[in-house]
Design a protein around this ligand. Structure first.
Ligand code: FAS
Ligand code: PHB
Length: 389
């Protein structure tokens, strides 16, 4: 089989890149390790930057998002039983969209059903080959048979645990990592959100986040020790702890209920350079991971897609490879800005095991400054709504 772009990974990065290229008549094939149901069962991101919203609309996916998503003008920051609001719209003129990654991925798959572009599910032993030459190809196993796809380029959209990043030679790849000494315990509950906008809470017992998916589906997170297991947390224990960490007025009004999903995610900052090797381009989590505190993970995947999509368009339409040459440096410049913001927000909002009383006071003083400084609030707002592409 032959195609123009072989995309490894059928998550948001791979599907969005495929959709955008398809609309411009550029052929792709997507290889996905899991089943479609498994991919759609993942509960992950919830906040879309305005750039991501625009790109999804360009890909023809705006209708349900516009209908069912929540446009937010700001967010609340809570500490010491009080809170203050960061007004994104006042500081940047922009907003964010609360619309779950699960819905984005479902919309991408639904759009794909409308055209006969193959997604190979349940593939194994995916192996990008000859990517540093002019005739790359990808082999994989499916149904007990070896398949080969010859292509012009390979897009590695296969996430942190994928194979693409490792196709870049060890002596070429430079990896930067910080693993945080805690995780996020997240639940979904069919209850009305406690607040009209998100609440990020700094508390001596640990971080908490109140988010939502719709008017009767709430998403909550608690910082938890790395060695905690989901089975260690009953629903009652979760609600009791959440109420301890959020301001009293929210704790007194929150509607609790049974969790319909409960999971623990580790937190890390990770960047792998370069994001290109010959005719292989890394996109999204395949190249970088951010702690979810700044809601950047899915949105960085979107900006990578934007850069690679336009670079490929220039190649096929104009015979101009400048975009491809510049892809890695351009994507990494934005990745590092989002990595810094996510690291700062995580470091400011979470309780570290070895944190001293002085450290706690520094966090609280940082948040006091954020509360009192228009410039500090504008800086947070600029990063949260998404820096320009
Ligand atoms: P993904 O990991 O989503 O997709 C990669 C795809 O490649 C997967 O479907 C995988 O099955 C497939 N794959 C892997 N190896 C393969 C192989 N060898 N061959 C073929 N296919 C292969 N971001 C936020 O902004 N906010 C959040 O709250 C948030 N919470 C998260 C919670 C968790 C538990 C995790 C893991 C991530 C979270 N993220 C969050 C980040 C997340 O949303 C990612 O940024 C987003 O999924 C990135 O999309 P992709 O780059 O497509 O990678
Ligand atoms: C979510 O709703 O899942 C969410 C929102 C904001 C974050 C992280 C997760 O920073």
């Amino acid at each position: 089989m032959r195609t123009q772009i072989c995309i490894i990974g059928g998550g948001p990065s791979g599907l969005l890149l495929s959709q955008l290229l398809h609309l411009k008549g550029i052929d792709t094939v997507v290889l996905e390790r899991r089943t479609r149901e498994y991919v759609l069962g993942r509960i992950r991101a919830g906040v879309l930057e305005f750039g991501t919203v625009e790109l999804l609309r360009e890909a023809g996916l705006g209708a349900r998002m516009t209908r069912e998503g929540f446009v937010h003008d700001g967010t609340y920051i809570a500490l010491q039983n009080r809170g203050f609001r960061i007004d994104f719209k006042k500081h940047t003129g922009k907003q964010v969209m609360v619309y779950g990654q699960t819905e984005v991925t479902a919309d991408l798959y639904d759009a794909r059903d409308g055209w006969d572009a193959p997604v190979f599910y349940d593939v194994q032993a995916v192996n990008p080959q000859a990517v540093d030459g002019d005739a790359p190809f990808v082999t994989f196993l499916q149904g007990g048979k070896v398949h080969r796809i010859d292509c012009d380029y390979v897009a590695g959209c296969d996430g942190f645990h994928g194979v693409s990043r490792k196709a870049i030679p060890d002596d070429v790849r430079r990896e930067y990592e910080r693993v945080y000494p805690f995780g996020w315990l997240g639940i979904l509950s069919e209850t009305p959100p406690v607040s009209d906008e998100l609440i990020y809470a700094n508390h001596p017992r640990g971080f908490a986040l109140c988010s939502m998916r719709n008017e009767n589906l709430s998403r909550y997170y608690l910082q938890c020790p790395l060695d905690d297991r989901v089975e260690d947390w009953s629903d009652d224990a979760f609600w009791d702890e959440l109420k301890r960490r959020i301001p009293e007025d929210a704790a007194d009004t929150i509607v609790t209920g049974p969790s319909i999903e409960k999971s623990i995610a580790p937190l890390r900052s990770f960047v792998s350079e370069p994001m290109r090797w010959g005719r292989l381009f890394l996109v999204g989590d395949a190249a970088h991971i951010v702690p979810p505190t700044g809601a950047k993970g899915l949105n960085l995947a979107a900006s990578d897609v934007y850069y690679l999509y336009h670079a490929l368009l220039r190649h096929y339409r104009d015979g101009d490879d400048q975009g491809l040459e510049e892809y890695s440096a351009r994507a990494l410049a934005r990745v590092w800005q989002a990595t810094r913001f996510s690291w700062w927000f995580t470091t400011t909002m979470h309780r570290f095991p070895d944190q001293s009383e002085f450290d706690q006071r520094m966090q609280e003083t940082e948040l006091d400054f954020l509360e009192s400084s228009t410039a500090a609030q504008a800086a947070l707002a600029e990063n949260y709504v998404g820096l320009p592409y």
